[in-house]
Design a protein around this ligand. Structure first.
Ligand SMILES: C[S@@+](CC[C@H](N)C(=O)[O-])C[C@H]1O[C@@H](n2cnc3c(N)ncnc32)[C@H](O)[C@@H]1O
Length: 381
């Protein structure tokens, strides 16, 4: 049985989430996280069921949301949908105390699997940056995207979405067909020239590896994806639903497996006339530090003998191989939410280069474009 998380640790997780991620973005969870952090009885009723200790606070909110989605007539469901502006705390607390065992069971059997399609706006821009680097080296191969931790694999369909990159009211650049059912809007924060997705090579392969791939054709799995979305944030539920519908027409190929154990074999199976891009967004934080190090070591080992790129969209702390970004390069607004640093490690002809093209909102709401040109080749022994 998993160890019980101490109440004080859970309290601290909620305070950090409220301050760092919910304030000014998700008022419902901001209210609930602050109320929870001050309610020892509510916290204790969960911890006594020993739900495990990794990112418990986020999982608790998701597990409760899963129950809310199963009772659409409840007052809490109306608040979560935006049909009522009543205080969510009294009903939330009653649900938590009444269904603590069920919530803890969900927390033991599920992990946070938020499949945030807003990140596709950032990914497309970064894939284009990789493509332009390839073109500069005379390489016009099409791309095969291999996603570590794809959840349901919705971001593997990035090039089938319509994206508008905007500054204020002006559309600076766009990607994809405007007839796509999935529309994304990404605010450009920096004044740096944004090259858009120009020059992007065609994506001809897409697949992923996840210990718990989400099956969008299974109603409970699809509901869990919805439960992982923070309620009351405009557009998120709609674009998730549209992406699920799109993916159901042609589900991406997802393997049940592990980034460290299975990535090597998957990469080696990619034909030489296709350029593989391994992608991870908000996955490495869920891996132990030694596994994160091993994933990068594996990329470097394989990259030394076959061309590839590793695109990461993660918190800076879990990708130490990406050069740090000076705070003064970040425009105002970039501090909202835990920033996602997009990094590229590109291996071409046995030489690697690493750069950070962008810093983004964790759900792709905004992007500060930093640079396109990779630095000079890094020596590797
Ligand atoms: C927060 S979700 C992010 C999903 C998706 N990458 C996105 O950005 O929308 C984290 C995902 O990482 C997966 N994951 C956790 N440990 C993993 C591992 N060792 N190897 C591969 N995937 C893993 C989880 O199952 C989950 O689907």
């Amino acid at each position: 049985m998993s160890a019980a998380i101490p109440i004080d640790e859970l309290r601290a997780q909620f305070i950090e989430l409220a301050d760092q991620d919910f304030a000014g973005y998700c008022p419902i969870y901001d209210r609930l996280a602050r109320a929870l952090s001050g309610d020892t009885d509510a916290l204790a009723c969960i911890t006594e069921h020993r739900p495990g200790s990794t990112r418990t606070a986020v999982l608790l909110l998701g597990a409760t949301h899963d129950l809310v989605l199963q009772d659409p007539g409840s007052g809490l469901a109306a608040i979560y949908r935006g049909d009522s502006d009543a205080d969510p705390w009294p009903e939330f607390r009653a649900l938590l105390l009444g269904r603590a065992a069920d919530i803890a069971t969900t927390m033991r059997t599920r992990t946070t699997q938020t499949n945030e399609v807003g990140r596709s706006a950032n990914l497309l821009a970064v894939y284009a940056s990789v493509s332009r680097a390839l073109t500069r080296h005379g390489d016009d191969r099409p791309l095969s995207i291999i996603e570590i931790g794809p959840s349901a694999g919705l971001n593997l369909l990035a090039d089938r979405f319509h994206v508008e990159y905007v500054r204020g009211d002006s559309i600076v650049s766009s990607a994809g067909r405007s007839t796509s059912p999935v529309h994304l809007r990404c605010e450009l924060l920096s004044d740096t020239h944004f090259p858009g997705v120009t020059g992007m090579h065609e994506i001809v392969g897409r697949g992923g590896v996840d210990p718990a791939p989400v099956d969008i054709t299974d109603p409970a799995d699809a509901r869990w994806l919805r439960a992982c979305v923070w309620p009351g944030v405009p557009d998120r539920p709609e674009r998730l639903a549209a992406a699920i519908d799109l993916a159901r027409q042609d589900p991406p190929r997802l393997l049940r497996g592990d980034a460290v154990a299975d990535l090597g074999e998957i990469l080696r199976s990619v034909p030489d006339d296709v350029f593989p891009i391994v992608t991870s967004t908000w996955v490495l934080a869920y891996l132990p530090r030694e596994d994160r190090t091993q994933v990068c070591a594996l990329i470097d080992e394989i990259g030394a003998s076959r061309d590839l790129a590793f695109v990461t969209g993660e918190a800076a702390s879990v990708t130490p191989w990406i050069p740090p970004i000076d705070a003064e390069r970040l425009p105002p607004g970039a501090e909202e939410g835990t920033p996602t640093v997009f990094g590229v490690r590109l291996w071409l002809g046995g030489q690697s280069r690493t750069w950070a093209p962008a810093v983004c909102h964790p759900h792709g709401r905004w992007m500060a474009w930093l640079e396109d040109e990779p630095p000079t080749e890094e020596p590797h022994g």
